[in-house]
Write a protein that binds this ligand. Structure first.
Ligand SMILES: [Zn+2]
Ligand SMILES: [Zn+2]
Length: 253
């Protein structure tokens, strides 16, 4: 069996604090075979990771967390960003045209960005959208308080169940992980299609450590520093990011 964390953010997201290299190093150190970097409506970090990952002995799936009109959606195995602000069904159809598949993240709760049961059922009733929607997060380390409702409501859905970290700080990577038969990115794609994934939730309690770690690193990030090789002392410039990019990603909320 292999393990994957299919929902991870880097400094290419306005609200995350780790460089691509720090994410890859942590993913390898924590024993993952596959990761997907899923920045908000931005794929550059994920494409960089796809190129760099073999140096770290892992595979990285090119991916993005798309802001649909109805909530967030993870698009995996895509190399361009689907348009944001479309309905869930139209976004799924676009992802299909790009050769990708999709996973519903942090579902069925009151958080901004969470898709409703009505939206997901609507997509599953549309054959073109259903052909692309393959998985659902029953466990999300970063929104752990809502895992119970996600698990209850997704029991009867014809979707692979996964656990993710949704990490916005480097140490959370792999905190939620998904086991699958095989070891490669193609193997987990097959497992999602065949619904043979096994979610392995974060063993600990969501704690104030997460919030303080994130606040500390976000403060440094605003001054142009990011977590690289596990310390938050590397200038963001080393990641080829300009101050204007940082400003732009802030406005993307
Ligand atoms: Zn999200
Ligand atoms: Zn996310």
């Amino acid at each position: 069996m292999g393990t994957a964390d299919l929902h991870v953010h880097t400094i290419y997201s306005y609200d995350a604090t780790s460089t691509v290299r720090a994410v890859l190093k942590q993913a390898a150190d924590t024993g993952l075979n596959v990761i997907a970097i899923t920045d908000h409506d931005e794929i550059r970090g994920s494409l960089e990771a796809h190129e760099l990952a073999p140096k770290y002995g892992i595979e990285s799936i090119p991916a993005v967390e798309v802001s649909t009109k109805e909530g967030h959606l993870l698009a995996l195995f895509v190399e361009t960003v689907p348009p944001r602000g479309l309905t869930l069904i139209d976004t799924l159809i676009q992802i299909g045209k790009l050769g990708g598949i999709a996973i519903v993240p942090h579902p069925f709760n009151s958080l901004p960005g969470s898709l409703s049961m009505e939206s997901v059922m609507g997509a599953l009733a549309n054959p073109r959208a259903k052909a692309v929607l393959k998985g659902i997060e029953t466990h999300n380390m970063s929104t752990q308080a809502f895992d119970g409702i996600a698990q209850k409501l997704s029991i009867y859905l014809p979707l692979a169940k996964i656990a993710s970290s949704d990490a916005h700080v480097y140490w959370a990577i792999g905190g939620g992980r998904t086991e699958f038969p095989g070891e490669t990115a193609q193997d987990i794609r097959d497992a999602l299609e065949q619904m043979t994934t096994v979610p392995i939730p974060y063993a600990g309690e969501f704690s104030t450590r997460t919030i303080f770690s994130w606040l500390h690193r976000m403060t440094l990030r605003k001054f142009g520093y990011a977590s690289d090789n596990k310390s938050a002392t590397q200038p963001i410039g080393t990641q080829k990011m300009s101050q204007s990019f940082i400003q732009r990603t802030k406005r993307k909320k």
